[in-house]
Design a protein. Sequence first.
Length: 190
Amino acid sequence: MVGARHPAMRVFLDFEASSLGPDSYPIEVGWAGEDGSLESWLIRPAPDWTDWDPTAEALHGLSRERLLAAGQPLEAVARRALEALSDHEVYVSAPSWDGKWMSVLLRAAGLPRHALRLKDVDEAARAAVAEALPGRPDDELAMLATVFLAAARRRLADEPPKHRALADAQAELAIWREVRRLALAAAAGG
């Protein structure tokens, strides 16, 4: 059907950044959708983005030189993020940091800095439990979400953060899928 809107899906997003300092900026963004869609972009720093922490570089393995040579123009990455994510629920593991870097990216591209709303990954877990177990009291759902989220994180603890945007977004998607699996098993009496 022409003009039909697809229902919102859950998408897990992660940034890598130049540092954790006040002048930090995004250098890589990646997202993983529950439908299997995956995207990752290296971001070419703007000329006035000069903050750089060698400790951060040691974690993510991305040099400023590589970003300048292989990164995509920040305007193109910002537009692509809006195009791909605007109609979906976007979840991040560090809302204050990821929100800051999304804002820096959008603002530098001349786009509204609040064009995308990022939610905490814990909200996705709570929603998965509520969807699987409708009609349960809110306090029970909250308790089950906490239990299932802890169990999912323990089960997937063998996979430490890779400090690469797409891999870390995929890890959060895997945790959400495990929470949903546990909730559906509880709904089925298992």
